[in-house]
Design a protein around this ligand. Structure first.
Ligand SMILES: [Zn+2]
Length: 233
């Protein structure tokens, strides 16, 4: 964009199809790749007469339930993550992976909002009601879940401000077999790294992983402190 603003001719093409200019509307909605993701959802790949992302979003929010709109936001977010992974890391994600990631992210969001809802393979059962952070604070809810086929763990982090509005969200996945306690620890670690990246201050981290929280708060952390070398390994 900076080059374009200086009137230097550049053309950025969609990384998914390499066929059309990369606009938000194309990458997130119109691209055949994005459509494959949308086809897996209850919303479908309907574009209608919309000619811009804004028009499309207004039409979607006018014709779907709040739950569908939340799911759509998660789909958009995960398509964008897949686009970045492809560009920066050369990783190609299939449509069903993105759909599953978005579904998991939505489940994490529901956990943060309701005491009665939790994902089917959550590493624990949430029993807490979400509470607003104080003024000038943000709250980061972290949760992690195990999946069997293929074996992997996923984590979700959602940051909300003092009004409860979502200001950022992140989902990640690691392949392999994990213990539930390890999964929760990985989720908290990823959240901490992400918060550092975002340069956020006054952050409250909320995790239901009792073991991890206890370790952080207890003197067990002393084992991680460097100690003088006494000749023994
Ligand atoms: Zn495309």
């Amino acid at each position: 964009m900076a080059l374009k603003n200086r009137r230097i001719e550049t053309q950025i093409w969609c990384s998914f199809c390499n066929h059309d200019p990369e606009t938000d509307f194309h990458v997130l909605v119109q691209c055949p790749f994005a459509r494959n993701v949308w086809c897996l959802t209850s919303i479908g790949s309907f574009v209608g007469t919309a000619s811009s992302f804004k028009d499309w979003w207004i039409a979607l929010t006018s014709n779907h339930s709040p739950t569908d709109i939340d799911r759509a936001a998660m789909i958009l977010w995960n398509i964008w993550i897949a686009r970045n992974e492809l560009i920066w890391n050369g990783i190609t994600r299939p449509a069903n992976f993105i759909f599953q990631s978005a579904s998991d992210s939505h489940n994490q969001w529901l956990i943060a909002n309701s005491r009665n809802k939790s994902p089917p393979h959550s590493a624990h059962q949430s029993t807490h009601v979400w509470t607003f952070p104080p003024e000038n604070f943000v709250k980061c809810n972290v949760d992690a879940a195990l999946f069997k086929d293929p074996p992997r763990m996923g984590y979700g982090c959602i940051i909300r401000d003092a009004s409860g509005a979502i200001i950022n969200a992140k989902y990640g996945c690691f392949q392999g077999n994990f213990l539930s306690s390890t999964v929760e620890a990985l989720g908290v670690r990823e959240a901490l790294s992400w918060i550092k990246e975002l340069k956020l201050i006054n952050v409250i981290i909320k995790s239901d992983a009792l073991l991890v929280i206890n370790v952080i708060h207890s003197s067990v952390m002393d084992v991680f402190k460097p100690r003088p070398f006494d000749g023994r390994l």
